[in-house]
Structures are given as C-alpha cells and as structure tokens.
Design a protein around this ligand. Structure first.
Ligand SMILES: Cc1cc2nc3c(=O)[nH]c(=O)nc-3n(C[C@H](O)[C@H](O)[C@H](O)COP(=O)(O)OP(=O)(O)OC[C@H]3O[C@@H](n4cnc5c(N)ncnc54)[C@H](O)[C@@H]3O)c2cc1C
Length: 461
C-alpha cells in the first residue's frame, strides 16, 4: 500500500477529522516530558472506539508502519517519542469510565480516562483508588498501566500494577487478547496483564482496564517535619520504616526544592529548612493516633526542630498540592530540567541523598532533590540549559553517576518513570545481557515486524 493509500485507509477507519497530517499537528506529538530530541511522526490518529483502535493497529502492522500510543505524553523517559515514518495513536477519545462496582470493588475503564478524574469518581462512590502520580491531573490510566506508574501513596498502597485485575488489549494484528477478570482470584491462563503492565506500549495496545478499588481509610493525619540537616531528615525516613510503621505517604524535599515550591505555590512551606518530610498516616483512628505519635517521636529524636500537623482538610490539601507541583516549580527556574528517578532500598536513602549532593558538587550542577523517600524513590532534578553544550556534557556524566550510585546501593534505574528511550542504553547495567536478549525474544515473537513502539525499553529488537 502506498503512503497515500495507507492514510486513506486510516481515514476510513477513524474518520477524516481524526487523521492529522499537517506539520503543526504532527509537531505537537513529536515530543513528550522527557529531555530528548523531538521526532516528527508521519501522521497522528485519534480513534474514538476500541474497534477502530484495533483496526488501526492491524493496518499499521499490515503496512509495517511503527505505532506509538500516546495518553497524555507526560512520561519522563521518551516513551511517546514516535518513529519518523510512524503513526502516533491518541487515546484521548477513549475516555469512558464503563463501570464502578461498589459491591465487588472494581472499576472498568477505557485507557484515555484521566487519573485524577477517575480517582474523584471513585471517591464520590465512597471508595478509594490509591495510585496518584504527581501528574495525575493530566495523566491517563492507560499511560499509568503502560508505565506501571507509582505515586505519593506507593509506600503503603503500592503502585498501578497492584490495582490491575484484568486487561483487554490488541495484539500486533489488532486481535483481541483478554487477561485477568473481575474476580479477586483468577488464574486462568498466563498472567499476561503482568507482562503488559510497564511494557510501555511495546507488546500490545490496551483498550480496557479492570482496576481494583479499596475502601477509603477512615481517618488521616498529615504532618510536616522541619529539619535543619538533610542527613537528619533522610535518617528519619529509614528510621520510620525500621520501626515498622508504614505511613500512607512519606515525602522528602531539600531546601532548594522547598524554596522553588514555595515561590511557585505559596503553601506556607518553611523556606529556611534544610529539608522537609511530609508524612501522612491513615487507617483506623486509634491506629492513626498511635502511628502519628511514634512518627513524631522519631522525627524529634533525629533532629526535627518543628512538627506541624495539618488542622483542616484544606490545609492538608494545600501542602500535598504544593508537593505535587515540585517538578513544575523547579522547571520554571531553568530552560532544561532533567528529572531522575534513582531508587534505592529504603535503608540506603541517607547514602543516596548524600551521593546526590556529592555528584552536584563534583559536576558543578544545581540539583534539587525531592521524592517518595518512604519507598526509596528519589527524584534528583538537575536544572540546566541544554544549549550550553559544556554544561550538558557534565549533566550527562552526573546522570550516569546517579544511576551507578543507585545500583551500587542495591537500587534500580527507575522506580516509576519507566525506561523508554532515555534509559534503554543502561538496561544491561542493572540486569544482564541475557535478560535483554530474553526480552528481545519475547518482543520478536509477539511483534515480528517491530512496529509496537520500537526502540523503547529494550532498544532496537
Ligand atoms: C509533573 C510530572 C509528575 C510526574 N509524577 C509521577 C509520579 O509521581 N509517579 C510516576 O510514576 N510517574 C510520574 N510522572 C510520569 C508520568 O506522568 C507517568 O509515567 C504516567 O503514567 C504517564 O501517563 P500518560 O497518560 O502521560 O502516558 P504517556 O506518557 O502518554 O505514555 C506512557 C507510555 O505508555 C504507553 N501507552 C499509553 N497508553 C497506552 C495504551 N493504551 N496501550 C499501550 N501503551 C500505552 C505509551 O506508548 C508510552 O510508552 C510524572 C510526570 C510529570 C510530567
């Protein structure tokens, strides 16, 4: 089929108004939230039914045209940067919440549903969907599943993978594959949902998701612990976990990030603090009080000068919103912001925080560090200007050293941002050559023409 015939065939499937080939339209989908060069796709397609989505996948495979599915494009690893001659497929018209089942505690959704809208709809029915990436106001559930996104509540409630009960997706031919179910228990067939979660669009195209819901916690208490030493704050994180208390959230912000966030959001953060911990405990009211008292004692013992407890829901929300704005606040300060995702076992957090400080000094870079410290997931954020090639070279060195130090501490390349294009070259550092080869064999078997988001996760298959 010629390129013109191919575009015509796409138009027949999704309608003329849903195939975009103008340069301006294509440019909008040439990049994502990662700091990587944009790549112009040949076309952008917006199916509005699952059937149309499946036919688009099949058509692309028949014509050996690479396909990159895109939710909100907020991934930070280049997962939605297309191939030059490829097609970007948007999921924003597949945005229906099909069912919220309060008796059996699950929901069924299409992939383009916005995470925060879904969480609010679930909450309105008295239930709880915990995964809450910082991008939840715009990210999609399909993107969350494909990235196995985590969030501020990962420590106690886990990540997206822990809530995926079942998936329906299109294989490379556009044929329907179903895995999992609406039941709590299901061992029918291979656990294909586990293969798809975190596969970043490289093994199939998801069109329906069954998500587990849980009851709302009865009570919550949010605290802010103010430290004048970074080490004290990071030691407190490890000590709280070692005491076998599992807060719902345990977030870390260093002074640079605190100041950036405060000037951005005016939430009343103490800008003089060397570091802050934002802590929330939840559950049965008696348990919450007991845990909060223990957390407070640990914070004070390890050097917190002040502890502020949120008195009202508004006060609490203001602080959490400010924390979620950390990346946006930092991004305002310099033309280029490189957000890393180094994750270590929780007991190694103090060493990792120190390592980041050393790396910043060694390469003369500004690095603001914040993150989901309670689950070992830090986001060292380098502020730079990519046009300054000498500085950019130092940034690349620093990033590599951040990975190396995290791995040396028993950590991982990515806690939640995925591998995409950005970290594919580093995969072998954490795993083995055989691991990559094994993964490539799976990819080649399921996608022989290598059209499903090629180049991501495992590099070129
Ligand atoms: C300000 C900010 C804060 C963030 N905070 C967090 C955080 O706290 N935790 C976290 O984990 N991440 C975070 N992220 C990263 C990002 O938001 C998440 O990875 C999110 O899950 C991406 O969702 P999306 O809808 O934007 O997906 P996209 O970026 O559009 O896509 C992500 C990947 O999923 C694939 N994909 C999308 N839809 C489908 C589908 N239907 N079928 C198959 N593949 C599909 C894409 O091809 C791509 O590889 C943050 C990003 C930003 C910009």
């Amino acid at each position: 089929m010629t390129a013109t015939h191919f575009l015509k065939a796409l138009e027949e499937v999704v309608g003329k108004d849903n195939v975009f080939t103008d340069e301006a339209d294509r440019a909008v989908y040439a990049y994502d939230a990662a700091v990587l060069d944009p790549v112009m796709p040949a076309a952008v397609v917006r199916p509005s039914t699952p059937e149309a989505l499946g036919r688009v996948v099949g058509l692309c495979n028949e014509n050996a045209v690479p396909i990159t599915v895109r939710g909100a494009g907020t991934n930070l690893s280049g997962g939605t940067i297309p191939k030059a001659h490829g097609v970007v497929v948007l999921t924003n018209a597949l945005n229906r919440i099909l069912e919220i089942n309060v008796e059996d505690l699950y929901a069924v959704v299409e992939p383009g549903v916005i995470t925060a809208k879904f969480a609010a709809a679930v909450e309105a029915r008295g239930l709880f969907y915990p995964p809450d990436p910082g991008s939840q106001a715009v990210s999609t559930l399909g993107g969350n599943v494909a990235e196995n996104a985590g969030g501020l509540r990962g420590l106690k409630y886990g990540v997206t993978r822990d809530y995926v009960m079942g998936l329906e997706f299109f294989d490379v031919n556009g044929d329907v594959v179903k895995t999992g179910s609406r039941t709590v228990k299901c061992v029918t067939g291979y656990n294909l949902a586990s293969l798809l979660v975190g596969s970043e669009g490289t093994l199939g195209v998801i069109y329906k998701i069954i998500l587990k819901l849980i009851p709302q916690p009865q009570h919550r208490k949010s605290m802010m612990a103010v430290f004048d030493h970074v080490l004290g704050a990071s030691q407190t994180v490890a000590a709280i976990i070692a005491e076998k208390i599992v807060p719902a959230t345990l977030e870390f912000l260093d002074n640079f990030t605190i100041r950036a966030v405060e000037s951005f959001s005016r939430a009343g953060l103490p800008t003089e603090a060397a570091a802050l911990l934002l802590i929330e405990v939840d559950g049965h009211p008696a348990q919450v009080e007991e845990d909060a008292a223990k957390v407070e004692a640990i914070c004070r013992k390890l050097g917190a000068q002040r502890l502020r407890v949120a008195e009202t829901a508004q006060e609490r929300d203001k602080v959490w919103e400010a924390r979620r704005a950390a990346l946006s606040a930092l991004a305002k300060l310099k033309p280029t912001v490189v957000l890393e995702d180094a994750t270590v076992p929780r007991s190694r957090i103090p060493e990792m925080v120190q390592a980041v400080q050393e790396i910043a000094a060694k390469y003369h870079l500004t690095i603001g560090t914040f993150g989901h410290a309670g689950d070992g997931n830090l986001h060292p954020t380098i502020l730079t200007d990519r046009r300054n090639s000498e500085e950019w070279h130092r940034v690349e060195k620093a990033v590599e050293e951040i990975f190396d130090r995290a791995l040396a501490l028993g950590g991982t390349l990515s806690g939640e941002h995925g591998i995409g294009l950005a970290k594919a070259p580093f995969m072998e550092k954490e795993t083995t050559r055989a691991t990559l080869e094994y993964s490539r064999r799976i990819k080649r078997a399921l996608d022989p023409k290598n059209i499903l988001n090629p180049g991501k996760v495992i590099g070129e298959a």
